[in-house]
Design a protein around this ligand. Sequence first.
Ligand SMILES: Nc1ncnc2c1ncn2[C@@H]1O[C@H](COP(=O)(O)OP(=O)(O)O)[C@@H](O)[C@H]1O
Ligand SMILES: O=c1ccn([C@@H]2O[C@H](COP(=O)(O)O)[C@@H](O)[C@H]2O)c(=O)[nH]1
Length: 214
Amino acid sequence: MPEENSPKPTFIAIVGASASGKSLFAQTIYDELLPELGANSIAIIKEDAYYRDQTHMPFEERVKTNYDHPKAFEHELLSQHLEQLVSSQSIECPVYCYKNHTRTEKSNTIEPTKIVLIEGIMLLTDKNLRDRFDIKVYMDTPLDICLLRRIERDTVERDRTIESITEQYISTVRPMYYQFIEPAKIHADIVITRGGKNRMAIEVIKAKIRQLSQ
Ligand SMILES: Nc1ncnc2c1ncn2[C@@H]1O[C@H](COP(=O)(O)OP(=O)(O)O)[C@@H](O)[C@H]1O
Ligand SMILES: O=c1ccn([C@@H]2O[C@H](COP(=O)(O)O)[C@@H](O)[C@H]2O)c(=O)[nH]1
């Protein structure tokens, strides 16, 4: 049941190139604030969870999708879910599988909270979505560092070979970064250097969240 008179949640978007440190940054803030604020106060949503469902397509077709284009995401559903949180309703957040390139049958229930961290590559490209965010943070990690981190992460966590990472990087990841992600930096309120372990940046965002949570 929606709670009446609950204040609108603060939506904090964390954007930047693939492997720029968005997840690490958001997760660190979440993990460090959770004991202080409690699970009713802070939540994380991943834009990647909203990659379109491709279960109707064969695997050989799914690997060919351009995952670095805004259209690869079901932003309408994400936007609808943010609206539900504003209305104090819980959401069923899809669970995406990078190995199979499609959604799983599972979902995660996310309850309305005061603070919602939303992280993903294309969050600022869509005006409707962008206008929902109260604070917009851009992870400005050099692209060569992102590539090195993506190689390490995707071989270990996402079942990729060096060949597949290289092919995808040249055909879509790098060109789409220059077409969509980097130009959206102008919409950011805060630009963060050095990635997900920038301790001062983590502390500044935590301090702002504490203030908003009072
Ligand atoms: N400042 C940093 N120093 C070292 N490793 C980092 C740093 N920031 C992120 N990483 C690592 O780089 C990889 C990509 O980071 P991740 O947070 O998954 O990026 P994104 O969510 O932007 O794709 C992860 O393995 C993460 O632990
Ligand atoms: O099925 C998929 C879905 C996504 N990707 C790649 O993931 C990144 C976005 O995730 P980050 O956590 O920000 O790295 C994007 O660059 C896609 O290329 C994929 O390869 N396969």
